[in-house]
Design a protein around this ligand. Structure first.
Ligand SMILES: Cc1cc2nc3c(=O)[nH]c(=O)nc-3n(C[C@H](O)[C@H](O)[C@H](O)COP(=O)(O)OP(=O)(O)OC[C@H]3O[C@@H](n4cnc5c(N)ncnc54)[C@H](O)[C@@H]3O)c2cc1C
Length: 388
């Protein structure tokens, strides 16, 4: 049975189309774009044509929606070609889901049709220089007055922020609220006076797309920019959005792990030492066996979480498990791919060094793996263990 057999024939076609796009359009250019750290304008344009930015947008708003398992497998394909491309549609999808689940009808009509085509791309701004894990300690504040909100504060590591026309900004509309999460709201903000993208952050991997510091200095947002129209709900809204975000990050890890396995499997059959292909040395063969086994387990865990989410169930624990396991798996596979490639594993003329630089982002991003363990433990206690 192929993994794609769990999808409808329409959804299989979507994944196969993205797979072909990756093999024909991405793989031939990725190394050059990566090392020049070039924004993949042409590839993003093709992704728009393929409808990838509309995968979480219902048809009535102009999208071409797919199930969460299909979304996971599309993300895996993109990341197999280049993790940066999967990153470019990750935050966008979370914001689309936030709008869909919590937005007012006016907010949906205003943004979703243009998000579906990729004309408007979106990102989310949570992390601040003072910390990303402890979100309730955030210092970005939106004060309400007669003209709307006056926003001041700083966010950091915001992916795609230069090129995203819509930013889902997590901030405090009531900094004195107790407990603190009751004072948090999400504002739908756009670039304008008072909002500066102050710096592109240099980074180990995730090249080509920008991750930036952004500064709000007396930025004006209209009253109706609060997601869903009422203040104080932003923390719970974002926690729900992160369920999709963590599935997306897990899927990105699957893609990086799969690329590393595929390259290693091919190399181990071409490369010879002591008169035989290196896969016939048991030590090398064992790496391949372990890579394939752990990747299959990670994919099944991620698809399980995606199916649960698709059924409408709460999946913070399941998405946390998928993100934790898939990202640690991708890191290990990427390291073992370097080993299998010997000296070439360390060469920038091969792709495996990129997988090794990209894999750690999935360990840190969308809530670190330490935070995932906290989420899993809390849920285990409150749900009374795992379902039988
Ligand atoms: C390339 C890149 C892109 C990113 N894109 C975005 C984006 O688009 N939008 C966005 O909002 N953010 C983004 N981030 C930020 C990312 O989500 C944060 O880096 C992450 O949440 C961790 O926050 P921090 O870096 O402040 O680490 P800290 O919160 O300072 O944590 C430091 C260490 O302490 C550990 N720790 C902290 N608290 C606990 C705890 N309670 N229990 C156990 N361990 C704990 C952490 O796990 C970590 O090991 C991006 C980051 C990177 C690197």
């Amino acid at each position: 049975m192929s993994t794609l057999d769990i999808l409808s024939s329409d959804e299989r076609f979507v994944v196969e189309t993205v797979r072909e796009f990756v093999d024909n359009e991405v793989k031939p250019v990725v190394r050059e774009l990566e090392h020049a750290n070039t924004y993949p304008e042409a590839l993003i344009e093709q992704m728009k044509q393929l409808g990838i930015f509309g995968l979480a947008v219902p048809e009535e708003y102009g999208g071409n929606p797919v199930s969460l398992p299909c979304y996971v497998l599309v993300t895996e394909e993109l990341a197999r070609g280049w993790m940066s491309l999967a990153g470019a549609m990750g935050g966008h999808t979370v914001v689309a889901k936030l709008l869909l689940t919590f937005g007012t009808e006016e907010q949906k009509r205003h943004y979703l049709p243009r998000m579906a085509t990729g004309e408007v791309r979106a990102t989310m701004a949570l992390t601040e220089p003072g910390g990303g894990s402890d979100l309730q300690a955030m210092r970005t504040i939106a004060r309400k007055d007669a003209d709307g909100y006056l926003v001041n504060g700083q966010k950091t590591w915001i992916s795609n922020s230069r090129r995203s026309q819509l930013i889902a900004l997590m901030c405090k509309t009531d900094p004195d609220a107790q407990p603190a999460h009751k004072g948090v709201s999400i504002l739908l903000v756009e670039h304008g006076p008072g909002l500066t993208v102050s710096r592109d952050l240099p980074k180990l991997g995730y090249k080509g797309v920008e991750s930036c510091e952004i500064v709000f200095d007396d930025y004006r947002a209209p009253l109706d920019s609060v997601l869903g129209g009422s203040e104080g709900k932003g923390f719970a809204q974002m926690m729900k959005g992160l369920e999709t975000g963590r599935l997306q990050v897990a899927a990105r890890a699957l893609g990086v792990g799969r690329a590393a396995l595929e390259d290693s499997l091919a190399y181990a059959q071409e490369r010879e030492s002591f008169g035989k292909p290196i896969w016939r040395h048991q030590a090398v063969g064992n790496y391949l066996a372990e890579m394939a086994t752990s990747l299959t387990a990670a994919r099944q865990l991620t698809l399980y979480a995606a199916r649960e989410g698709e059924a409408g169930r709460r999946v913070d624990m399941e998405a946390g498990m998928a993100k934790l396991f898939a990202s640690e798996t991708a890191m290990k596979i990427a390291l073992d791919a370097v080993r299998i490639h010997g000296g070439y594993g360390y060469s920038t003329e091969f792709d495996v060094e990129r997988y090794f630089r990209d894999a750690p982002l999935m360990i840190v991003g969308e809530g670190t793996n330490e935070i995932q363990r906290n989420v899993i433990t809390r849920q285990l206690v409150s749900r009374g263990g795992l379902d039988a």
